[in-house]
Design a binder for this molecule. Structure first.
Ligand SMILES: NC(=O)c1ccc[n+]([C@@H]2O[C@H](COP(=O)([O-])OP(=O)(O)OC[C@H]3O[C@@H](n4cnc5c(N)ncnc54)[C@H](O)[C@@H]3O)[C@@H](O)[C@H]2O)c1
Length: 361
């Protein structure tokens, strides 16, 4: 049976705010999916061309769903996802998987207990440039990976914080809203992080949450890296500007979010510019570098993520971003926050063990 022989996966949307509306657009553009219902206490029934419910429970009780996409406020993620898994539907849960690592373990346990189908919305992993960069690293095209650096900086509109109060409270700073994607991707490309150091600041916006953070990372492989992020500073640098994912973030051609440095070559991502010496010249800093662009088929991460989720919902694919994986990314985010608060280097594996212990006791 070919994929098109299956009936569309009937998806319920939980949370129809900024991100929920984007997911609705992606569902409506996907032949394998159908928007079956929306649950949001604030949105109104006549906004959607499908049944609307004030609560997720009402939507699930009405039945007839194969899957849900959850894009409600972060503090509701785990409870909502567990409720949906208990109802037997597949779940695409927006990032961050939970507000903290200890809470995310509850979801990891629920997925195991219920044998649930759950994908976490770290959409960048689905971008073709990321798969190509990972293949370049794993295939030795860069030689031995030595270091990585990354930057995400974009000025959010002031209303992002004044109109939506949860955006300026614990659990919604630039680290948990934006850097969580970058750290997830750096883990995906370079492996587990062993140690993290950090400095952060809220001086630009003066809010409870940080607006700017800088991180030093030591990966278990020995690779070292740095990452700088701000939601107060104007810049063309960062994943959202460097990809044509959504019209919400205008595209900067040839943009770069990450730079990977190997003993044979360097690669910038997502534009996949590879810099290396020609065979005819000595392979050292006195020789000119040549630049080539690695070819990939153009494809947006969100569309690819939804296609993958449809396969996960049908039981035809393993989730590319499991609850366990996203939980580890969250542990790294928290370890970075602890490092920023204390000025200490944080051992990430020890941090996970200590946090899990305190959650269980
Ligand atoms: N993957 C990405 O790139 C990306 C980008 C932006 C936001 N997000 C994530 O998407 C989620 C939503 O963010 P947003 O910016 O759209 O926020 P938002 O505030 O615009 O939307 C949240 C929506 O959830 C609704 N809601 C509140 N309580 C609810 C409940 N009990 N049941 C159902 N709906 C409820 C609100 O009415 C609102 O419409 C967050 O987890 C955020 O981290 C992901």
């Amino acid at each position: 049976m070919t994929a098109s022989a299956f009936p569309p996966v009937r998806i319920g949307m939980v949370g129809a705010g900024f991100m929920g509306h984007q997911h609705i657009d992606f569902i409506q553009a996907a032949p394998g999916a159908e928007l079956a219902a929306v649950a949001d206490p604030v949105a109104t029934a006549d906004s959607f061309d499908c049944p609307w419910y004030a609560t997720t429970s009402d939507m699930l009780r009405a039945g007839d769903l194969d899957a849900v996409i959850i894009a409600n406020p972060n503090a509701l993620h785990v409870d909502t996802a567990v409720e949906c898994l208990e109802a037997g539907v597949a779940v695409l849960l927006e990032k961050p998987v939970a507000v903290d690592y200890a809470e995310s373990r509850r979801l990891v346990d629920a997925v195991a207990r219920l044998e649930g189908r759950l994908l976490v919305g770290h959409h960048r992993r689905h971008h073709p440039a990321v798969a190509r960069a990972r293949a370049a690293i794993e295939g030795g095209e860069l030689g031995q990976l030595v270091a990585v650096s990354g930057l995400w900086s974009a000025r959010k509109e002031d209303e992002y914080f004044t109109d939506i109060p949860w955006h300026s409270r614990k659990g919604a700073g630039v680290t948990l809203i934006n850097v969580v994607h970058d750290l997830d991707l750096l883990r995906h490309l370079c492996g587990e992080v062993a140690e993290v150091q950090a400095m952060q600041s809220s001086h630009a916006r003066g809010l409870e949450v940080e607006d700017t953070i800088t991180l030093n990372l030591r990966f278990e492989s020995g690779v070292v890296g740095s990452f700088l992020a701000s939601d107060a500073g104007v810049s063309p640098w960062g994943w959202d500007q460097a990809t044509e994912e959504t019209l919400a973030f205008p595209f900067v051609p040839d943009g770069v979010a990450y730079r990977l440095v190997g003993t044979d070559a360097a690669l910038s991502v997502p534009n996949l510019a590879k810099y290396a010496y020609d065979r005819a010249v000595p392979a050292n800093w006195h020789s000119p570098l040549s630049r080539t662009y690695l070819p990939v088929a153009p494809r947006g991460s969100f569309h690819a993520q939804l296609d993958h989720f449809i396969e996960v919902a049908r039981g035809a694919a393993q989730s590319l971003v499991s609850a366990e994986d996203a939980s580890r990314t969250l542990a790294l985010v928290e370890a970075a926050a602890l490092a920023a608060r204390t000025g200490q280097t944080v051992d990430v594996a020890r941090f996970r063990a200590d946090s899990q212990g305190s959650a269980e006791s």
